[in-house]
Design a protein around this ligand. Structure first.
Ligand SMILES: [Cu+2]
Length: 479
């Protein structure tokens, strides 16, 4: 479902396809719905619903915005005012976090840090500007391990002033679900410490846009902009694209100099990460091009079905697509940066003896058994009572992260985008990111300009790790 925030009108993909077919372009979707009226809030009611991941399969009870998974795709123009009304129909407190948006702190949606949680039956109006064009998403930041797992998330697309030179856009929101034999979400292990101390909750069913292995219409030679989002609790996606030439043009919503996939042709997207790809469909009319997830046993996630007897063009386009830069300011590390060391510890096979929780020190055993915490940042598990660092607005910040654990982590920053300046594994890329994937035992230095006043989370976006200790905040004070 696509939602035009400017009009509040809902259009299902099906109705758009039908309209496109009536116009004689069966494979063409309109690129962004045109503004009709401004001012109506987007209505996002978090409520129970049913998903049918397979057309003939059992219905899966979920929670979704509007009852659907994913929730509505919200599209706004860069710099436009966004007004969204969250209504809580899920029977427990909730919020919405606008992931990757450099937002006013009061609208960041972190329960107990930037706002009171929205109680059952209540609503809350989010009103903000989206300064950067790109692919973003929204999800709860209250009991996230449960609420996001059950399906509360959707894409927030901020359009560039001039649309990119592609034939069409396709959104792929990828999730993995742990279902029982009846097709219901398996809840016995949800929030269990076993997953929390290991790689997090990994599902047994992968979906794209709420469907198993959907068929996506395309044409030979067509140039697509694919907006990918990893909505999994904890799975690091490793994606391949068959019968297509792929270039990455943006990461976490921020444009990069276009580059092909690395040598093995695999795109790695950590939990909560996004990537924009330009795909040139290289197969002939009538062929199929699979998108696979290969982090474990390879799975066909979706495939592009190229129309019979039809070509968008005879020869693939060669010119790369460059997106305009966003107004993110790079940190000037010559300007007295605040340097902060962050030690990440805990989890299975840990060397951590214990950590503080709510001001008291506990052995690891006691921490796990009494408080359900197994990870710590600088010796503290989920310290939300004071900032781990405080910095005056306008100052660059350097965080030297040491992952002294046997597990990868997807470190996510709120309100800012960061540059990786050094790391002990993998390549250093000059990309602004809101989520960085650290390998086990890796050391990584990130830098950002603290230019957004307020209290901002820094946490692992593997939701079970976040739940069990890997979460903290920092404060940017007005200078
Ligand atoms: Cu983690």
């Amino acid at each position: 479902m696509t939602l035009d925030v400017r009009s509040g009108a809902f259009l299902t993909r099906r109705s758009i396809m039908v309209a496109a077919a009536a116009l004689g372009g069966a494979a063409l979707l309109p690129r962004g719905l045109k503004a009709r009226a401004a001012g109506d809030p987007v209505s996002l009611e978090a409520k129970p619903g049913e998903a049918r991941f397979l057309p003939q399969g059992p219905a899966t009870p979920v929670w979704g915005y509007g009852g659907s998974v994913p929730g509505p795709e919200i599209r706004v123009r860069q710099g436009a005012d966004v007004l969204a009304r969250l209504t809580n129909g899920i029977g427990e407190p909730t919020t919405i976090h606008w992931h990757g948006i450099r937002i006013d702190n009061a609208m960041d949606g972190v329960a107990h840090l930037t706002q009171h949680p929205v109680m059952p039956g209540q609503s809350f109006d989010y009103r903000f500007k989206a300064p950067d064009a790109g692919t973003f998403w929204y999800h709860p930041h209250a009991h996230q391990v449960m609420q996001q797992d059950r399906g509360l998330y959707g894409l927030l697309i901020v359009e560039e002033p001039e649309p990119a030179a592609v034939d069409r856009e396709v959104s792929l929101v990828i999730d993995d679900w742990r279902l029982d034999a009846d097709g219901a979400i398996e809840t016995r292990s949800l929030e269990h410490l076993f997953d929390a101390a290991h790689a997090g909750r990994i599902g047994n069913l992968l979906t794209v846009n709420g469907r198993v292995a959907p068929e996506l219409p395309a044409r030979a030679g067509e140039r697509l902009r694919v907006r990918l989002c990893n909505a999994c609790n904890a799975r690091v996606l490793e994606l391949t694209f068959e019968e297509a030439r792929a270039q990455v043009v943006a990461v976490d919503g921020q444009p990069i100099a276009p580059e092909p996939l690395p040598g093995d042709g695999t795109l790695v997207v950590p939990p909560s990460g996004r990537a924009d790809l330009v795909l040139d469909m290289a197969g002939g009319p009538g062929s199929r091009a699979a998108v696979k997830e290969v982090s474990r046993q390879p799975v066909s996630l979706a495939h592009f079905a190229l129309a019979e007897g039809e070509r968008a063009r005879d020869k693939l386009l060669d010119a790369p697509v460059s997106l305009p830069r966003n107004p993110v300011r790079a940190p000037d590390l010559g300007q007295d940066p605040l340097v902060f060391a962050l030690l990440m510890e805990g989890g299975a096979m840990s060397r951590m003896a214990g950590a503080r929780f709510k001001g008291e020190y506990h052995s690891l055993r006691e921490l796990a058994q009494k408080h359900r915490m197994v990870w710590a940042f600088n010796g503290k598990a989920n310290n939300h009572s004071e900032p781990m660092l405080t910095v005056a607005a306008g100052r660059p910040v350097v965080i030297e992260m040491v992952n002294d654990t046997a597990w990868p982590h997807a470190m996510h920053i709120h309100g800012h985008h960061m540059l990786v300046t050094a790391r002990t594994r993998g390549a250093v890329k000059p990309w602004f990111r809101d989520t960085v994937l650290m390998e086990a035992r890796e050391e990584m230095t990130v830098a950002f300009l603290a230019d957004n006043p307020g209290k901002w989370m820094l946490h692992c976006h593997m939701l079970e790790h976040q739940m069990a200790g890997m979460s903290a905040y920092f404060e940017v004070t007005r200078s």
